[in-house]
Every structure is written in C-alpha cells, then in structure tokens.
Design a protein around this ligand. Structure first.
Ligand SMILES: *Cc1c(COP(=O)(O)O)cnc(C)c1O
Length: 421
C-alpha cells in the first residue's frame, strides 16, 4: 500500500535543528531571543519584497499563533465589547473567534464567485446597513485569503479607506500569495500569518502580525507580553496576553524560511498539474487565479464537483457518523450525535472523499461558512449564496511539499475511477 497522501504535510529543510541547537547552547529557551529576532527579520525581508526589486517597510511581530495575531490586531484597532467587526463568512473559525474573545459581534459578509473571497459590493452594502441599523461604523474589516487565493484587496482597501475602517488581512493561508505583485498582509492596517503545522511553512505552532510601522509593532509586542509598564517591578495599566513566539519555534521558522520559495513553487506546480489532468473531465473544475493580478500560493488545491456527476457509493454517503474531527484536531474528538447537519457537502462530494480516503488520500470539504455554524447563528450576515453553494460542491485536494507528480496522477486517476459515466 502506498503511503497516505496528506493535504499539506510539514516538510523540514534540515536547517531547523541548527537554529534550535543554537538556542539551547546559548540558553535562549524562552519566548524571545536571537531566533525570534532573526525570524522576524527574515519575514520582514520576504513580505516587503516587491516585484522588480523595490521594497516596502512593514514590520513583523512573531506570535504564538495566527489566532493570537488576529486577537491582538482587534485590540490594537480599539475593538470593544458591543462593537461590530466585518468578517468574511467563508473561512476557518480562527478569523471570527477572536472577535468573540473581545466581546464584539462578527458581521459576516459573503464571497464573490471569482476569488471565493469577500465580495466588495456586499461589504459596502453591509457597512451602510450596519450604520443605518446601529448608528455606528463597524470597527474593522477582515477579508480572508481562502486556500491562499488573494481577495480583491484594491477594492476592499478603497472601501475601508473611504469609510475610515481599518482592514485586518487574514493571510494565514495565503503566506507568499500576491496581488498586483505585492505580498498579502502588507496592504491593510495589519496582516495575519500562521505557521501552524499544516500551513505554508510551520514553526510547529505559531503566527505573526505584519504591522505598518515600528510604533504599531511596539504596541503589539506590549500586548503580547502581558502589557508590562516600564518600572523595576510589575506595573499593569492594561490587560495583556502571553502571545509572544518561543525562541525554539522561531528557530524552526528560520530553517523553514530557507525553503519557503521552493514550497510556494511546488504548490503552484501541483495546482498546474491538477488543472492539466482535469482538463478533459467534465464537471470537475479547479479553483484558479481569476486574472493575472492574482498570484495564489495554492496552499490547498480546491476543486468543485458538479451535482450531475455520479460517484460510486453516493447513495450511502452520510449513512454513518464519522469518528474523529477534521484534520485529527490534535487527537481531540468531540463526538457527533447525528451523521448529518442542515448544511453539508452534496452526497457525491462526500462519497468522493470516502473513496479517496479508502485509497489512502486525504481530501477535505471546503470550510463550512461561519454564518451556517450553529455557534454563530444569531450574528448578522450579508449573503448572496456563493459560499454556501461552493461549500456543497467543493473539495480540497492534497498540495503539500510531499505531493509528487505521481501522487497527483494517482489522485486524479482515483477520482476518475470513482465517477460513474
Ligand atoms: C490557520 C488559520 C488561522 C489561524 O492560525 P493558527 O496559527 O492556527 O492560530 C486564521 N485564519 C485562517 C483562515 C486560518 O486558516
């Protein structure tokens, strides 16, 4: 049997161990130190690079998670209990959960069909309607680079600037993706990166916040280190958090930065191969860059499956409760009581997932939109049906550094074999 092909498995450069050893040798086994500084400076160098040799001047703070980065960005934007924050509904929960942490209300905005990300027209409609209904402007806008695909950041920034609402870019899945040649996360007031185990690069767990300048970076560092005032003793005038990145994790990050470009190139190559191999398969469509302005890292390769396609065993999809959360969730299982919910992928998509699983290939449904999540059912939402209909027909296919050309052919062949023509 072949090795299981995972969605996006972490891949080491071999240099990680060197930086970790340095940290132990110099006794920097703490959430600060030379690796944190070095990793931040590597990140700054990467995100600031523009095509053609020019460069930006953003600053980066290393943090314990991408989720922490969003939380701190919201605090720095002055989001208070009772405020509203506009969030792309088609996302992973980490985009919106921090809005709840600060006691604010997420206002969900649907996607446009080209990038699958925040629809700028609907965003503007939502802002106008929230002002009309509450008498207050939303405090921030969070677009998300779903599966690495850039959002329409030119239009989103124009709207944010016109209304005076800061944009927090959730580029956790889009590290290294570009729009008009500029790295995602560097357009908005803040930009969020994640280095979780399955992201573009990993620090085992970790994240970063891209800041506009040194002053913003200092403020984020202050909140990330328990908001300590400068006295010889602990003096606290604000509530802070323990969100700084560990010097050991940053060592892994420095090693990973040496293969970042290689990883991105590989993800793009895998995407291109899927596109080629699915070209003659009617009813299966890869999610591609909508125009040359978009330059996705293709963190995950996503496809849509037409409801007309019949897949072997689809009459039995959802007949059993699946044990285990998506992605293993670090071994934590919160058992489901029923096999179905009121909004789920079509049965041909689920049958395909099961068939791929049996062939030792990990596939995953698209992220279920936040406005369809029971925990967010009472939150305001501005919808056009795009994210919900994509969720029903979409599937994520393996794309990581370990996925070979042969693996892609095997995955595509397995899918073709399971389609009934
Ligand atoms: C992974 C992810 C995050 C959060 O990152 P962590 O480092 O896992 O906390 C935020 N937003 C999106 C869209 C993500 O996929």
């Amino acid at each position: 049997m072949r090795e299981r092909i995972l969605l996006c498995l972490a891949h080491m450069s071999g240099k990680e161990q060197y930086y970790i050893d340095e940290a132990f040798k110099d006794n920097w086994v703490v959430p600060m130190g030379p690796n944190v500084d070095g990793f931040e400076s590597d990140l700054e160098c990467f995100v600031n690079s523009l095509e053609g040799g020019a460069s930006l001047d953003r600053k980066v703070v290393g943090l314990s998670a991408g989720t922490a980065a969003i939380h701190l960005a919201l605090i720095a934007c002055g989001v208070q209990p009772g405020d509203e924050v506009i969030v792309q509904t088609f996302t992973f929960c980490a985009s919106s959960h921090p809005v709840m942490y600060v006691g604010a209300t997420p206002v969900f905005v649907d996607s446009e069909p080209d990038s699958w990300n925040m629809d700028p027209d609907l965003l503007e409609k939502a802002i106008e309607d929230r002002i009309a209904k509450t008498g207050k402007k939303p405090k921030a806008i969070i677009p998300v680079a779903l599966y690495g695909m850039p959002y329409q950041i030119d239009r989103i920034m124009e709207i944010g600037n016109r209304y005076g609402i800061p944009v927090i870019e959730d580029a956790a899945e889009g590290f290294g993706s570009r729009f008009d040649g500029q790295v995602l996360g560097t357009f908005g007031r803040y930009g969020v990166l994640s280095f979780n185990g399955n992201k573009m690069i990993t620090t085992s767990g970790g994240g970063a916040l891209i800041c506009k300048d040194e002053a913003d970076k200092k403020e984020i560092m202050f909140y990330a280190t328990q908001a300590r005032e400068s006295y010889p003793y602990y003096q606290h005038e604000r509530i802070g958090y323990n969100y700084r990145m560990s010097n050991i994790c940053a060592g892994i990050g420095r090693g990973q930065m040496t293969i970042l470009e290689e990883h991105i190139a590989h993800h793009k190559h895998v995407q291109q191969l899927y596109c080629e191999l699915f070209k003659d398969v009617e009813g299966i469509t890869m999610h591609e860059n909508p125009s040359p302005r978009y330059d996705s890292n293709f963190w995950l390769c996503a496809a849509t499956i037409s409801p007309e396609i019949r897949v072997k065993g689809q009459e039995n999809a959802y007949s059993e409760i699946i044990s285990g959360s998506v992605g293993g969730a670090a071994g934590v299982t919160h058992a489901a009581k029923v096999a179905t919910t009121d909004c789920q992928p079509n049965s041909n998509v689920e049958a395909l997932r099961i068939a791929l699983d049996a062939a030792n290939i990990e596939a995953r449904p698209l992220w279920k939109p936040m406005h369809k999540q029971p925990v967010y059912k009472n939150m305001p939402a501005y919808l056009n049906g795009v994210s919900e209909s994509l969720f029903k027909v979409g599937i994520c296919l393996p794309a990581g550094p370990y996925v070979s050309d042969d693996d892609v052919r095997y995955i595509v062949d397995t899918i073709k074999e399971n389609i009934i023509r």
